[in-house]
Design a protein around this ligand. Structure first.
Ligand code: CA
Length: 237
């Protein structure tokens, strides 16, 4: 199964928007668009994009301000694409937490490469315990604590093993989306893992025994029969 990464493009110039939509969709990204900073805010929290492409000159605010405020609560990768080519602007944006800075006009392959790098970086951090992923995933009384590598239900440590935690962390990263058995197997046990899902099913049974009140009618991790698993969406991004 292929999982499309969702990119939020925040750009008010119509021709650049159309150009970005065309190249991103052609490269298998799910694209959402915002004209203004305020439109962007609501899409960031409601659509949970995997990456933001941010223009600095927006009609209602300076993109730098949007960058700064998103960084106060989110590690979401942000690639700034701007006509401002001064070194000072680049340094300011990067210091404020932009993952990359591309000057207009830009080459398509360069942009795609920067996007892949920014997404890969956050993904590696998010799904590999011990590499600095921080923060929490919260849905009701279910909490994934990436700092402690623990899962809590109603405030109690669920006592997951390392592999169980990795599976839950991966599903949490893509909360709301179905991950196939094959995808999860390869992410957790490596690319050479067999297609036999037995080990995953055993792990999932153990996870459910530890986190669900009634493992037969799960509240947090759902089975898409014959396809894979899906975690409930977080209370917010
Ligand atoms: Ca602009």
């Amino acid at each position: 199964m292929e999982i499309k990464d969702r990119i939020l493009v925040i750009e008010d110039d119509k021709s650049i928007r159309n150009f970005l939509r065309a190249i991103l969709e052609a490269n298998n990204y799910d694209v959402i668009m915002a004209n203004t900073g305020s439109e962007a805010y609501s899409l960031i929290t409601s659509q949970c994009p995997d990456l933001i492409i941010l223009d600095l000159g927006l009609p209602d605010m300076d993109g730098m301000n949007l960058l700064k405020s998103v960084r106060e609560w989110s590690g979401l990768p942000i690639v700034v694409v701007s006509a401002r080519s001064h070194e000072k602007d680049k340094v300011t944006a990067l210091d404020m937490g932009a993952d990359d800075y591309i000057t207009k006009p830009f080459g398509t392959s360069e942009l795609l490469a920067r996007i892949r790098t920014a997404i890969r970086h956050t993904r590696t951090v998010a799904t590999t315990p011990g590499l600095g992923q921080s923060g929490t995933f919260v849905s009701g009384s279910f909490v994934i604590d990436y700092d402690k590598h623990r899962v809590f239900v109603d405030g109690n440590d669920a006592g997951l093993t390392q592999n169980e935690f990795k599976i839950v962390a991966l599903l949490g990263k893509y909360a709301g989306r179905v991950l196939t058995y094959d995808y999860i197997m390869k992410e957790i046990w490596g690319p050479n893992m067999t297609n036999d899902n037995q080990i995953l099913r055993v792990n999932m049974a153990n996870i459910r025994r530890k986190i669900e009140k009634n493992p037969a009618t799960p509240e947090y991790i759902f089975t898409e029969t014959g396809v894979g698993y899906r975690m409930i969406e977080a209370d917010s991004c």
